[in-house]
Design a protein around this ligand. Structure first.
Ligand code: GLN
Length: 494
């Protein structure tokens, strides 16, 4: 039975429909599996009661032969920075440790309306600041690949919990958030597909903000088709999000990979992404896949995106400025952690913030406020906005020559936790997002696709990026690649 958790959404939906498995049975299998992998620390809370109720309701619909959608009865997980009604939403922080929202984020509401079953809320770096899922008050999430080795490997982040929930089979899909790579980075390290949609295509309402101008809900799943099934449910205009795109969303239908052709498709290799920090194995994988696509008729072209080298610094400044203003709401007065002291209002603010945030968050608040000082504003913030525009223009220009870009997702396979802690370097950490954050600054869609296992038996992945709203083509080519490489899911030791 457990093997059913290893299938895909189309298959499980059919098996639910023909009665091979009941939604309550599938829910129980997933809940048991979530318990079995508890040591990986991918869930902050397992929502058994909610799951059981949703499973029973789904079962009733299947008995009546009236499932609502392809996601009816399908097990999912949601990163713990999306609001869920009556379910604790912590952002892995002391500040929101006991925060119980009164409403669902639009993404969650749409998934529930489609009949999906929530197994739990997943671990992340505090307030989604990070790329490792090591900075959570609940401790790090372990990668499922080689977790038995003496030093476990990073799951990536900040949506590491969602990536492990999917890689383990607990869920068919999970929601992450992506501000600079937080869906794609853990997808890459854990060997699953990770989509960052076009900015504005999926509503941010109820996603606790990190950087409003870059945040997007992301999707993690084991297959591209499963990503599409979820995207088709969550995408589309939402009047609760002022940056939501008003253009009607047309559901994506991908043909079987064997019926697709990439003959004549122009794929760009941006030379600036060939950084000295990219590992040899990632570089080889990049070259191999480019050659493979060429042998299938694609036209592979080297292209230049000259402002890439400024992107990390520019991203960091803009990120910290928006963080400084977003985090101002946590003052210990309205909601969130309050320092338990009889203090003046001002002292209460200070004490609550001092105790409620970790050092990463505090550091970003301080830097952001420094950049936003009147005397620094033009030097940092205005300048960074200008560079952001140049980076977006690099993308804009490159679409004159090619339809898609192929790059690494992460610079290497997942590092071990031990080496990460021993060599901890905030600058190096920021550099982890080198290949991913440009897409957020430009707003374009990007997808990470698992390709193969490294010599160390860890996943290696690549990224495709496309122009705004090119998801149908982007995901079609991702599916084509997925079919060529046949990534060995579940081939880890448990
Ligand atoms: N690692 C990046 C950061 O810490 C990206 C985070 C994200 O995408 N949420 O800013």
């Amino acid at each position: 039975m457990e093997k059913l958790l290893h299938t895909n959404i189309k298959t499980i939906s059919r098996l639910l429909f023909d009665g091979t498995i009941k939604p309550t049975e599938l829910t129980n299998l997933a809940l048991k599996k979530a318990e079995d992998i508890k040591h990986l620390n991918s869930f902050i809370s397992i929502t058994s009661n909610q799951a059981k109720t949703q499973g029973e309701k789904s079962e009733k619909r299947f008995t009546d032969r009236k499932p609502i959608s392809e996601l009816d009865g399908v097990t999912i997980a949601v990163k713990d920075n999306f609001c869920t009604q009556n379910i604790k939403t912590t952002c892995a922080s002391k500040m929101l440790e006991n925060f119980v929202p009164t409403y669902n984020a639009t993404v969650c509401q749409r998934l529930f309306d489609a009949g999906a079953v929530l197994i739990g809320k997943t671990n992340l770096d505090e307030f989604a600041m990070g790329s490792a899922t090591t900075d959570s008050i609940y401790g790090p999430t372990k990668n499922i690949w080689r977790y038995k080795s003496e030093n476990f490997f990073l799951s990536g982040g900040s949506s590491g919990g969602s990536a492990v929930a999917v890689a383990s089979g607990v869920c068919f899909a999970a929601i992450g958030s992506d501000t600079g790579g937080s869906t794609r980075n853990p997808a890459s390290y854990c060997g699953v597909v990770g989509l960052k949609p076009t900015y504005g295509l999926v509503s941010r309402w109820g996603l606790i903000p990190l950087v409003n101008s870059m945040d997007v809900p992301g999707i993690l799943a084991r297959t591209v088709d499963d990503v599409v099934s979820v995207l088709n449910v969550i995408a589309g205009f939402d009047n609760k999000d002022s940056t939501s795109l008003t253009k009607p969303y047309n559901k994506i239908r991908l043909p079987p990979a064997t019926k697709m052709s990439i003959k004549g498709l122009k794929i760009g290799i941006p030379i600036e992404y060939n950084s000295e920090h990219v590992s040899e194995e990632v570089l080889d994988t990049w070259n191999e896949i480019a050659a493979l696509l060429q042998s299938h008729g694609a036209v592979i072209k080297k292209v230049s995106m000259p402002h890439t080298e400024y992107s990390i610094v520019c991203y960091s400044i803009l990120n910290q400025c928006e963080v400084a203003s977003n985090m101002a709401r946590y003052d210990g007065i309205e909601y969130g952690f309050r320092a338990n002291e009889e203090l003046s209002t001002e002292k209460l603010y200070a004490a609550s913030r001092k105790l409620g945030f970790n050092d990463v968050v505090k550091n970003r608040i301080l830097c952001g406020n420094y950049f936003l000082l009147t005397r620094n504003y033009d030097k940092y913030f205005t300048q960074a906005l200008k560079i952001r525009r140049l980076i977006a223009n690099d993308f804009h220009n490159v679409w004159n020559d090619v339809s898609l870009l192929l790059t690494p997702t992460t610079l290497s396979e997942a590092p071990s936790y031990k080496s990460y802690i021993e060599n901890y370097d905030p600058y190096k950490n920021a550099f982890e997002d080198f290949c991913t954050q440009c897409a957020n600054m430009a707003g374009v869609p990007a997808v990470s696709i698992p390709i193969k296992l490294s010599k160390n038996v860890l996943p290696l992945s690549l990224q495709l990026m496309g122009r705004n709203l090119s998801e149908p083509m982007l995901l079609a080519v991702a599916k084509y690649i997925e079919n060529l490489v046949k990534f060995p899911h579940f081939q880890y030791e448990l």
